[in-house]
Design a protein around this ligand. Sequence first.
Ligand code: CA
Length: 242
Amino acid sequence: MNGHSERTVLIVEDEEALATLLRYNLEREGYRVFESRDGEDALLLADENKPDLVLLDWMLPKLSGIEICRRLRGRGHMRNVPIVMLTARGEETDRIRGLDTGADDYIVKPFSMNELLARVRAVMRRVRPALVEDLLEIGEISIDRGNHRVRRGERDIHLGPTEYRLLDQLMQHPGRVFSREQLLDTVWGSDIYVEARTVDVHVGRLRKALNNTGERDPIRTVRSAGYSFDETFAKSDARMIG
Ligand code: CA
């Protein structure tokens, strides 16, 4: 469907409902997803598909998550692939053991989908910077930096260069509030004199371009502080799960 789905995630999780929910949300972010319910299957899938990241449940039938982690690390092509473990609350020593075994990160159940997706992005960025930074995607809005293409769902969004940089800046740090002065510095460059009010004008243009009638506005105006990209925009589903 889009050309960025080469980033693949292998989910190893025996709870079908959770695996399905993870798959749904990861696919919405543009990842290609493989699922397995147990360790042996996971090792086969990892060999066949060479995933870019593994989400690995701790408690699994047959092989434990830890054992799978160790075996994955033993495979040459999986040595540097990030592994994020999903653990139940309170397994502190297990978690530490997980990191010792070669997991890159862990997430404690129950977790919010927002948190999980943010962690996945962070790990991907850390391990495969070139791969991720070409494409910035939150919910249905995406920026392809390779060709400066912005989309909302199936729609192409045409932005002027300033609106483009503004959106890029805000989307790089969802939830973070930028003052007008900060945006002037990063988007316009600090050596150019522009009035702070100019930022409002360009945010207005950006909104007009992004939002059709009835669509949710991803940009929040934070009174007397500035603007931010709404970090809840990605999710219809911010419930706690797992
Ligand atoms: Ca489980």
